[in-house]
Design a protein around this ligand. Structure first.
Ligand SMILES: [Zn+2]
Length: 180
């Protein structure tokens, strides 16, 4: 039953539930100088964003649509650009920006909550690199082989290109909720 409910629950709610249990008191709908994160810890200046795999170019789950490709190409570029700008600008002001993928929260809510807690508590905080798909091109007539360009969100590593077969696989819903 818990699992059925979980599949209909947004990643925000799942993460909030896990953080709440651990006494992490966030605020919702807080506007920062650069955007409106999903969760904010004002005193510690920590902003948490939960990014949708499609809208934000998840390297594992972004699926380049078959139709209106110019529109979607532009949409992805704009979203990733905003995420980069926002993250760097907030960190410049002394915020710690924690960006989680929706699949990450669904698959491992416990681990996701731990990442947020580490961001809150670590004396020295070094974020993991975050890769984004910024562009997808197809290399064959069927559109089955793709060349994907990836960018690291904070620009600490140079762009990458990978070639892979088109997939539309989804993440697994968090089974951990069922066991609790
Ligand atoms: Zn994903």
């Amino acid at each position: 039953m818990a699992r059925i409910r979980a599949t209909h629950t947004s990643p925000e709610r799942i993460l909030r539930q896990f953080l709440w249990r651990r006494g992490a008191h966030y605020r919702l709908h807080v506007t920062t100088p650069h955007g409106r994160p999903d969760l904010v810890f004002k005193r510690q200046q920590v902003a948490v964003f939960i990014d949708g795999c499609f809208w934000h170019g998840c390297p594992e789950h972004y699926v380049f649509p078959r139709s209106r490709q110019d529109f979607w190409r532009q949409k992805l570029a704009v979203n990733v650009e905003r995420d980069c700008r926002q993250t760097v600008a907030l960190e410049h002001l002394g915020w710690r920006v924690c960006r989680l993928w929706e699949h990450q929260v669904f698959e491992d809510p416990e681990g996701s909550a731990r990442i947020v807690l580490d961001t809150l508590q670590a004396r020295i905080w070094t974020p993991e690199p975050i890769w984004r798909v910024v562009q997808v091109g197809t290399l064959d007539l069927d559109g089955q082989i793709e060349r994907r360009h990836l960018r690291e969100l904070r620009g600490v590593e140079s762009d990458r290109t990978c070639i892979r077969r088109r997939t539309t696989h989804k993440w697994r819903a968090a089974r951990i909720l069922e066991e609790r």
